[in-house]
Ligand binder design. Sequence first.
Ligand code: GAP
Length: 459
Amino acid sequence: MEKSDVFDKVVNLTKRRGFVYPSSEIYGGFGGVYDYGPIGVLLSNNIKNHWWKNMVQRRPDIVGLDSGIFMSPKIWVASGHVVGFSDPLMENKLTHERVRADHILEEVGVVADEKMSIEEINNLLQSNKDALKKIGYNIDDYTEVKRFNLLVESNLGDFNGTKDDPVYLRGETCQGIYVNYKNVMDTTNVKIPFGIAQIGKAFRNEIAARQFIFRTREFEQMEMQYFVKPDDAMAEYESLKEYRWKSLLALGLKEENLKWHKHDNLVFYAKEAYDIEFNFPFGFKEIEGIHARGNYDLTQHQEHSGQKLEYFDEEKKEHFLPHIVESSVGVGRLFLAILCQSYTEEIVGDETRIVMRIPKHIAPIQIAILPLSKKEELSVPASSLFEELAENFMCQYDETQSIGKRYRRQDEIGTPYCITYDFDSIDDNAVTVRDRDTMEQERIQINELVNYLQAKFKN
Ligand code: GAP
């Protein structure tokens, strides 16, 4: 199967099976935003729970937080986003299509990094004019490049109609962590090194939202900020890199689909930065960033807020401003990576079977309960079985259509086990359990079912 085919098929399946819907579809759509459907929300929650377990539950040195999306506008001035958080934008003079200059240059193998001035980028566009024309961008049809700020403004509190001090929707979740760092220190017994973790929505005015849910204007981040002694920063950074790599493998991403990418030119806050990239059908692309941010953030917030943000080292009796190492990963990107990796087609008899081999421990529906017929003598006990199993597992009850069609539907949403309740079940108190991957079927006694399935899902 061609890689580009896989992507189209994944996008098609996500809509068809209720993973992801385009936003506001009945009104003609709304660009750069997607909604997660009944199956998608389960997968996305499982990805988030896995992250939380690894980053908070298993870590005595890390605590959680859930800060607001709206914050004081001063935070975004202090963080550097109001001035420095922008992409190079150019617009087609005829069609008004907006493109990112760095993206189209990347398509012809030229890197325009974040540190480059607008003049340098305009020069790069001119010197690569011919190559760009070949891929459909006639530079003469476009305006000159300008900086476009990615922060999304709201009119919250803007009662007198001025636009001088807009309230932004947060552009990254970690700012909520920095401004609560003192609260956490004062109200818990954390001692350096310690981390604060948070999952939540972030918003960016992406010029070219593209590749489905890979780059969207509203998305969810899972970020952990680890506060460390300045001298320990690089060692802590290395250990966070190793921990996050292992966590992605534990989530179920295959090692051969992952690689490190070191940033040669760093964004305004970073001392050192690596991305973990995933092998998407459209190439290796960033799914997670792991950054050594130095004391940039606390220095800025200390200066702008006028509040002391130093940590007191009880042993050495000295104050210092901690350094921060962070990990930041998008839920949507992990979701897309899992789906692309899981999509499989195989020939069974004279039919093509589509199977989403989603790692079993994060499968949206864990178990499907399928009575062989709709007749009451089967549907009543099968419904009771659903109620019993639903206490322990995410289950789906389905009595529509033929058993073959129901199996195919469950394969397409990645359900690891289908349980068939048939006419023999009434007498032998046993059911057939079918494995998604091998399609093998086993007869299991109903009173042993919970233990049997729990063992299967142990991760
Ligand atoms: N606090 C650091 C930070 O926000 P980032 O590299 O801008 O760093 C981190 O973003 C992660 O957030 C990315 O690796 C990606 O997974 C996700 N992300 C960023 N922008 C996104 C977008 N427009 N759509 C979907 N996910 C995005």
